[in-house]
Every structure is written in structure tokens, then in C-alpha cells.
Design a protein around this ligand. Structure first.
Ligand SMILES: Cc1cc2nc3c(=O)[nH]c(=O)nc-3n(C[C@H](O)[C@H](O)[C@H](O)COP(=O)(O)OP(=O)(O)OC[C@H]3O[C@@H](n4cnc5c(N)ncnc54)[C@H](O)[C@@H]3O)c2cc1C
Length: 230
């Protein structure tokens, strides 16, 4: 575990309330990590106000790491990060977490998320691609509206099976012809091999519900890994 000062070198607006921050290591700094792990992030001037963020970049990127953050206007930390600019210094601590992927954990993985829960999965997908591993990946995600989809452009280049379902298409300005409703048993049964290793990431209620679904279709407990974000 290391504590480092990093410099924001790029900020990408993913959606109306989600941003990706590229955090460049200063000279001599590095933080090796397994895809899926997270770091604690704080502003340089207030190191005690720190929050956990999954690393969303590839573990093969050695000069920087990226985090993808949803901004809650009434939050204690994310609005401060939202005001940060390129060139600002952040303090990161880590890496932490047992929610991660290594090649020897399985050749077929299913990554299921809600909203920003996609962040650790982007890291897994990019790390698999950078290493040219032959891991078969199915990504299943859920958003309220098509406008909320994160990494929309880059995901079209990912060599994976990518399923997205939208729960509130009627509230959107964009036309949506894909799946609708919550992630359910049928969606999982039709699209994946039950002997895969399953990773779940998102709000507690969603992760708990999905664990029950996986249990009911006969996925063994040791093949289910999960991260709940409170
Ligand atoms: C291991 C781990 C990894 C995480 N990775 C990420 C990540 O990659 N990207 C990311 O955006 N967040 C991630 N989080 C959540 C993050 O740590 C913060 O909790 C989040 O950014 C809110 O912090 P805040 O101080 O802005 O809001 P807070 O002051 O904590 O909360 C203010 C208000 O925001 C709302 N809120 C906060 N969190 C949630 C939530 N999960 N669901 C619904 N409403 C919520 C509520 O209305 C709450 O009252 C992760 C959490 C954990 C534990």
C-alpha cells in the first residue's frame, strides 16, 4: 500500500454528472494494482476528507491511473472533486480490495453493474485487452436513461459481449431500441454460461438482488464476487 501525490492531467466529461479524472504519477511514483481494486482519494489541502474510488484504467498503464466519479451535488467529497482542474494535486492511498481479476481466476467472466459500477470493470476489460488474454467477457449493465451510459464511445471498440438495459426509457429524449427493465434472471440465463465467474458492482440493493438471482439459477457462491457502494 502506498500514499502518493498525483496531478490531474485530464478530465473527461462522460455524462451530465459523471467525470473521468486521469491522475498522473509524479516523477518516481507508481502504484501497481490488480484490475478491480480501488484507491482512497483526497484533495491535497484536506487529506482527511477521503473517499473510495475504483481504478478505471488498465493496470498496464504505468504513468497514470484513472477514476470515474459520479458527482452528487449534496455530497461531502464529489462536488469538491468536480471543482478540481487540470494541474491540481490529489492525494491517493492504495490500492485496496479483494474485488479483482487475475487471469488464473477464470477464462469466462460476467461483469454486472449499475451506473458508475462499470468503473472497475473498465479496468478489467482494458487490462485483459492490453495483455491479450483470451478471457471471454460478458458485460451486463443497467442505467435509468441512455444519456447516462458511461464510456459510450469507447465501449463500441471493446471485444466483449456488451448488454445494456434501460429502466426509465420514457424519461429520455433519446430513442432506445435495446433491452428495458432491470437486470433479471431471463437476461442472465439467455446470455451467459452459469459456470462463469460473476462480478457484481453497484448500489447495495441491486447487488443483493442480483446475488439472489444468481443463487436461484444455480451459480455457486464461490463464483460470485461483489462490491457494494453503500
Ligand atoms: C470500494 C468502493 C469503490 C467506489 N468506487 C466508486 C467509483 O468508482 N465511482 C464513484 O462515483 N463512486 C464510487 N464509490 C462511492 C464513493 O466512495 C462515494 O461514496 C461517492 O462518491 C459519494 O461521496 P460524496 O462524499 O460525494 O457523497 P456523500 O456525502 O457520501 O453522500 C451525499 C449524498 O449523495 C448520495 N449518494 C452517495 N452515494 C450514493 C450511492 N452509492 N447511491 C445513491 N446515492 C448516493 C446520497 O443522496 C447521499 O445522501 C465507491 C465506494 C466504495 C466503498
Amino acid at each position: 500500500m502506498v500514499k502518493l501525490n498525483v496531478t490531474i492531467s485530464e478530465i473527461i466529461k462522460e455524462t451530465s454528472d459523471v467525470k473521468t479524472f486521469r491522475l498522473k504519477f509524479n516523477k518516481g511514483g507508481s502504484m501497481p494494482f490488480l484490475p478491480g481494486q480501488f484507491v482512497m482519494v483526497a484533495l491535497e489541502e484536506n487529506p482527511k476528507n477521503a473517499k473510495a474510488y475504483s481504478i478505471s484504467s488498465s493496470s498496464e498503464d504505468k504513468e497514470f491511473l484513472e477514476i470515474t466519479v459520479k458527482i452528487y451535488s449534496n455530497g461531502k467529497f464529489s462536488p469538491l472533486l468536480d471543482k478540481s482542474k487540470v494541474g491540481d494535486i490529489l492525494v491517493i492511498n492504495g490500492p485496496f480490495g479483494h474485488f479483482n481479476y487475475r487471469k488464473d481466476m477464470g477464462d469466462k467472466i460476467v461483469l454486472i453493474y449499475g451506473g458508475t459500477g462499470i468503473a472497475p470493470f473498465r479496468s478489467i476489460i482494458k487490462t485483459v485487452a492490453d495483455n491479450k488474454w483470451d478471457t471471454e467477457i460478458t458485460l451486463i449493465g443497467c442505467y435509468k436513461k441512455p444519456e447516462d451510459i458511461i464510456y459510450k464511445e469507447e465501449m463500441s471498440k471493446w471485444k466483449i459481449k456488451n448488454i445494456i438495459t434501460i429502466t426509465r426509457p420514457e424519461t429520455s429524449e433519446e430513442k432506445w431500441n435495446g433491452c428495458t427493465g432491470r437486470i433479471n434472471e431471463e437476461m442472465i440465463n439467455c446470455n451467459v454460461d452459469k459456470n462463469s465467474v460473476f462480478y457484481l458492482c453497484g448500489p447495495t440493493e441491486m447487488v443483493n438482488g442480483l446475488k439472489e438471482v444468481l443463487d436461484s439459477i444455480g451459480v455457486s457462491k464461490e463464483n460470485i464476487k461483489f462490491e457494494r457502494w453503500g
